[in-house]
Design a protein around this ligand. Structure first.
Ligand code: ADP
Length: 348
């Protein structure tokens, strides 16, 4: 760059000196010596000025590049906005291109780092969660092999416990698959017009037996009309299943879980209410995180994977909505979510 600035200055100076001599030679009373002096002076001044100006421009742009590199090192390019500028200065163009490229790359690196941290944390969480049922089943099987198998009563009890742990493992793996597929975008929501009430009735029917075991009554409001919404029916069924299932899990025997709706002009809100133990305020903002449980041992005892509400959150995000929760310790919880009404022929 230094060399090219010098060459350009030299060329410009020669050009200006030539023009000056040409112009002065048209004037009659200018001597040869005068022409030579004028050529030398105009050449020197033009050379110096052009050189200084070019050096200044180069210096300024290089300074900018240094500043940008400095910011890059300190990762301060987050708020960078590319300015649309029009310039004849090739250095400035190069500088701007370097900056925008660097910003783009820095953002990609930050995103990759975030994903990597998420992946590491996820793998650690999953390994931890898998360990519990695997160790339990392993323990029962080894005890049986070590001699307990000969005792008919113990054999049956231990095999039942091992089977329960393996069933839990199966549910955990299924939930993990669902969650990772939704998170990675492998599962696309299949939107269609679906009847929320029909979906809810099917879910309630499926969970009736589980509720009966705890003598919990499931109440489903009959709205007396179709509740058509634009949604992925299968996924919304999973949302209601997870919410009602939690309602049953965290409600003492003899309690009640109700599913009811608020039918607005544009939206329908589905509520799942229970008369259970409730959730302390300080935990409310975290219960939708994967593997977060208010009471770890209690959740595991109920066969919980700690992923139910994370799945709910992701499915509802796929519907551009979210779950709300209100809860009072000792009284119960109300989970709710809003979906857009379908305003087609069949929706009215
Ligand atoms: P889990 O498999 O443990 O139930 P979830 O993701 O479904 O996992 O729920 C996360 C945690 O939120 C639960 O472990 C429990 O502590 C709390 N929770 C969820 N639903 C309810 C509810 N209806 N009543 C009380 N606590 C609840």
């Amino acid at each position: 760059m230094f060399n090219s600035a010098r060459t350009m200055a030299l060329l410009l100076a020669v050009l200006i000196a030539l023009v000056t001599v040409l112009f002065l030679s048209l004037v009659e009373d200018v001597s040869r010596t005068g022409l030579v002096v004028a050529a030398l002076i105009s050449f020197s001044v033009a050379y110096l000025l052009t050189f200084v100006v070019m050096e200044f421009v180069v210096f300024r742009e290089i300074n900018k590049i240094y500043k940008m590199l400095d910011k890059l090192k300190k990762k301060e390019l987050g708020g960078f906005k590319k300015e649309k500028s029009w310039s004849l200065n090739p250095l400035r163009d190069i500088n701007e291109q370097i900056i925008s490229f660097a910003v783009l790359k820095q953002r990609e690196i930050d995103e990759l780092k975030k994903l990597e941290a998420f992946r590491k944390e996820f793998v650690a969480d999953v390994s931890h969660e898998l360990k519990t049922p695997i160790f339990a089943a392993q323990g029962f099987v080894h005890t049986l092999l070590d001699g307990a198998i000969d005792d008919k009563n113990v054999r049956h009890k231990f095999l039942k416990k091992a089977a329960k742990s393996l069933d839990g493992l199966d549910i955990l793996v299924q939930d993990l698959l669902t969650l990772s597929q939704i998170e990675s975008g492998d599962i696309k929501m299949k939107f269609d017009m679906v009847d929320l009430w029909k979906i809810s009735a099917e879910v309630v029917e499926q969970l009736e037996e589980k509720a009966q075991k705890k003598e919990i009554r499931i109440k489903l409001q009959d709205p007396g009309q179709k509740l058509m919404v634009y949604a992925d029916g299968q996924r919304i069924s999973q949302v209601i299943t997870n919410l009602v299932s939690n309602g049953i899990n965290y409600t003492p025997d003899g309690g009640e879980v109700s599913v009811y709706f608020d039918i607005g002009k544009k939206n329908i809100t589905t509520y799942v209410k229970d008369t259970g133990e409730g959730i302390p305020k300080e935990h409310l903002h975290r219960i939708f995180e994967r593997f977060y449980r208010v009471d770890k041992s209690r959740s595991r005892e109920k066969g919980g994977t700690g992923l139910g509400l994370a799945i709910v959150k992701h499915i509802l995000e796929g519907h551009n909505t979210k779950a709300d929760v209100e809860s009072t310790v000792g009284k119960g919880s109300i989970f709710s979510f809003k979906l857009q009404r379908f305003k087609g022929e069949a929706g009215e």
